[in-house]
Design a protein around this ligand. Structure first.
Ligand SMILES: N[C@@H](CCC(=O)N[C@@H](CS)C(=O)NCC(=O)O)C(=O)O
Length: 163
């Protein structure tokens, strides 16, 4: 089997999820740089890989995927290496709940409303940051309540929820 290809940029938290999964599995891969925020826009060739022009996208022996969670699950299931998903139904459901909640409620508030707004806007929209921080607090409170005892979110096993 050939080396997988990941399309994306260093700055992306979603690309990082896929990269962490590949690293944890010990899978060598090529990273093809794609800057979705380039002033000239997303390159036309990339829309063949991701019709919505986001990163990451992934390819393995002609099999193409996008969506970080699908890529991370594929990396876990198609390759040898330490399992990144628990076997029992409840732990797996908890893992899916955590990744879903970060996607749905964490990402926009933490990355865009707080970090990007504070670091890259001049002047920043303080009301947006305050709203983002409230939401970020709720997300972190919820994660703390869901966290099992042990070093990782689900306890002793590092899973896709942590990545
Ligand atoms: N649901 C997608 C989200 C990917 C995503 O939003 N990536 C960001 C970078 S972190 C992006 O490409 N943003 C470009 C844009 O919003 O136009 C996934 O899980 O892969």
């Amino acid at each position: 089997m050939s080396k997988p290809i990941l399309y994306g940029a260093d700055y992306s938290v979603y690309v990082r999820i896929a990269r962490l999964a590949l690293e944890e599995k010990g899978i060598g891969y090529d990273l093809v740089p794609v800057d979705v925020f380039a002033p000239e826009g997303v390159a036309a060739w990339y829309l063949e890989h991701h019709p919505f022009g986001r990163i990451p996208a992934f390819e393995h022996d002609g099999f193409r995927l996008f969506e970080a969670s699908a890529i991370a699950r594929y990396a876990d299931e198609a390759f040898d290496g330490p399992a990144l998903q628990p076997k029992d139904a409840r732990s797996r459901a908890r893992m899916n709940q955590i990744t879903g909640l970060l996607d749905a409620y964490g990402y926009r508030a933490m990355v865009w409303d707080v970090a990007v707004e504070r670091l890259e806007q001049n002047p920043p929209d303080e009301a947006l940051i305050a709203k983002g921080l409230l939401q970020a607090e709720a997300v972190l409170r919820t994660l703390s309540a869901l966290k099992a005892d042990g070093p990782w979110l689900l306890g002793s096993q590092l899973t896709l929820a942590d990545l």
